[in-house]
Design a protein around this ligand. Structure first.
Ligand code: AMP
Ligand code: MG
Length: 353
């Protein structure tokens, strides 16, 4: 009798363990790629499937990082050399889609997001592995570039042939390449049958599906303190990208000069310390975060840009700590350490998008 009961019991233990093994669950891996930590979370996959998917993403991220790097030698560097000649040439297929998408996003931002200002970014010393130490470049050197108004519309395209019509044009995809890469990563995951995932590249992410029974929860970095400003739940298909003056900057004679350049003045954009943008596509969120950072903290300046770009929400933190949030986002934020969705006093709601 005892033996029968034990056998019976063992039979269920084995069935239970087998079910556990088959039960797909969370898979988590971090990659050092694209010049940052890319954190991949998957839900509902077997470990082997997760490993294979993440290995594929790692390969793709490496390829994209090398292809679109603004100052390391590679395809974008060669394209910039050929653009500088002013002559027509065949653009490599790895670069052409970014020129197209960059042109469209730049147009929608009213030119505040402008991937044609690579010369200004290099002049400020930000096209380098180590952040510059100053001094800032001379007014005359900045003027010399700004007065030529480099813009994506200066690229003439005929099939795969392109030609620069402005000697001041130099491509820098730094403000949206990460978003573009995250979009490609999500496409790959979907092709592999993975529909619940977060691809988080150094705090900038796109999330699809859910974490099992609950939405994904992600943190938004605080621009001035270690830790997060707030956390937010995302599900379905949504990107959250932040541009900040804390990422790359130098201090010179008591003033901070950061890496986001206002194409109208040639100087680092003033007034904000971070902008977080919500939208479905990561490349749009990335470009829009940069564009709103340039637009600055006045609602009359950034709101029209946000509307023109078609984003779904934004959080702007100015350099005195005041926070503006678009209405749809407010209810979704959890401020730390309160852990509830009450707004701290420094937060104001903006007009709807
Ligand atoms: P992000 O962190 O996405 O705002 O991107 C900032 C990076 O984009 C900088 O390091 C530059 O390489 C580049 N960049 C700076 N200002 C602009 C701008 N106004 N439009 C497009 N790219 C920019
Ligand atoms: Mg950006």
């Amino acid at each position: 009798m005892i033996i029968t009961v034990t056998r019976f019991f063992l039979f269920f233990v084995v069935i239970f363990l087998a079910a556990c093994e088959r039960q797909p669950a969370a898979y988590h891996e971090q990659l050092l790629v694209f010049g940052t930590v890319v954190d991949v979370q998957l839900w509902g996959v077997e470990p082997k499937q997760g490993q294979q998917a993440v290995a594929r993403l790692a390969e793709d991220f490496d390829y994209m990082h090398n292809t679109w790097h603004a100052w390391h030698p590679g395809p974008l560097g060669r394209v910039n050399e050929l653009l500088a000649t002013g002559q027509p040439f065949s653009a490599p297929p790895s670069i052409l889609p970014l020129i197209e998408r960059g042109t469209e996003l730049s147009r929608r931002s009213g030119g505040l997001f402008n991937p044609a200002i690579g010369k200004l970014i290099a002049l400020w010393g930000f096209a380098s592995d180590d952040p510059p130490k100053g001094p800032p470049p001379s007014d005359a050197a900045i003027r010399a570039i700004v007065d030529q108004h480099p813009s994506m519309t200066d690229i003439r395209r005929d099939g795969i042939q392109i030609q620069a019509q402005n000697p001041a044009l130099k491509l820098d995809f730094g403000a949206f390449a990460k978003g573009y890469a995250v979009d490609r990563a999500i496409e790959v995951l979907r092709e592999l049958g993975i529909n619940n995932a977060v691809v988080n590249a150094g705090g900038d992410l796109r999330a699809i599906g859910r974490h099992g029974e609950r939405p994904w929860r992600v943190g938004i970095r605080h621009p001035r303190e270690a830790g997060i400003l707030a956390s937010v739940e995302v599900q379905g298909d949504e990107s959250v990208f932040t541009s900040g003056d804390y990422e790359r900057y130098f201090d010179w004679q008591g003033k901070r000069y950061d890496h986001i350049i206002d194409p109208r003045t040639g100087y680092p954009a003033q007034g904000l310390s971070s902008v977080t943008v919500f939208s479905q596509l990561a490349d749009l969120a990335d470009a829009a975060a940069t564009a709103l950072f340039v637009a600055g903290p006045e609602e009359k300046n950034w709101l029209p840009v946000a509307r023109a770009m078609g984003i779904s929400g934004a959080i702007l933190v100015d350099d005195t700590g005041n926070i503006q949030i678009t209405p749809g986002i407010r209810e979704r934020l959890y401020f730390e350490p309160r852990g509830d969705s009450q707004l701290p006093p420094e937060v104001q709601l903006s007009a709807p998008l």
